[in-house]
Design a protein around this ligand. Structure first.
Ligand SMILES: Nc1ccc2ncsc2c1
Length: 242
């Protein structure tokens, strides 16, 4: 099964890393088809203007609907797709979103710069296809390109055959809703710091208990919101003791 991913941006070069390493191999293996398009190819004026001042005033510039309409019509002519628009004002992009999108045949990403894209672009396409305005976190970037890199990597790694070992095993370690605890490898002592004894004890019950305690400790310290979100029966007596 292959996924076709198209990205429209005024900085196509920003997306070059997608063709490196893991994702590059997935493209070579034909698991992913990637098209990166320069939005300015759809301008007709000598200045190749893609933005203009906001109605109602205020700081910054807004990207013009006409240019985006021509670009997206051209890219979407190849067939139906889910349109994704990265924006700090979007719904949260989560692992669940990545899982859902990994089942799609086509994803088209519209990278906005400035204060975003004229809302009528989203509104006009939402009438005929799924359109997701998504945020990758509560911080503002200069444009959507970096957010697209994050989302493309999160989705492509889930496609069968992309990663060596099936991701389902890795995802399971997250499926208990807690943060991963600390990990260690050789040497057993490094700069005066030793690997916790229990991990070298061969006592698998004790190791499992220790790892869960470290995961609970870290989650309570760094992401108490995840603890609160756990289902009622997720923590057993030993966990609560922690
Ligand atoms: N267009 C735009 C501008 C900033 C930004 N920050 C995160 S996604 C995004 C998208």
């Amino acid at each position: 099964r292959r996924v076709r991913i198209d990205v429209v941006t005024i900085f196509p070069g920003y997306l070059a890393p997608l063709r490196e390493a893991l994702l590059g191999r997935a493209i070579e293996a034909g698991l992913v088809e990637l098209g990166v398009h320069d939005l300015r190819d759809w301008t007709h004026d000598v200045h190749q203007a893609v933005d203009d001042s906001p109605y109602g005033g205020g700081p910054g510039m807004v990207m013009r609907p006409q240019v985006w309409g021509e670009a997206l019509d051209a890219v979407l002519a190849a067939g139906p797709a889910r349109l994704v628009v990265p924006t700090p004002a979007g719904r949260p992009f989560t692992q669940a979103t990545a899982q859902a999108w990994a089942g799609e045949e086509r994803l088209v990403f519209a990278c906005g710069r400035y204060e975003g894209i004229d809302q009528r672009v989203v509104d006009s396409y939402a009438a005929r296809m799924p359109v997701d305005e998504v945020s990758i976190g509560d911080y503002v970037l200069v444009g959507g390109e970096v957010a697209v890199m994050v989302m493309v990597e999160a989705v492509v790694r889930l496609l069968p055959g992309v990663l060596g070992n099936p991701v389902s095993a890795q995802e399971d370690s997250f499926s208990d809703g807690l943060l991963e605890g600390p990990a260690y490898t050789r040497p057993v002592s490094w700069r005066g710091l030793d690997v916790p004894e229990v991990l070298r004890s061969g006592n698998h019950a004790a190791i499992a208990r220790w790892r869960r305690d470290r995961a609970l400790e870290r989650t309570a310290a760094r992401r108490p919101d995840l603890l609160d979100a756990l289902p009622e029966d997720a923590l057993d007596r030993a966990d609560r003791a922690f």
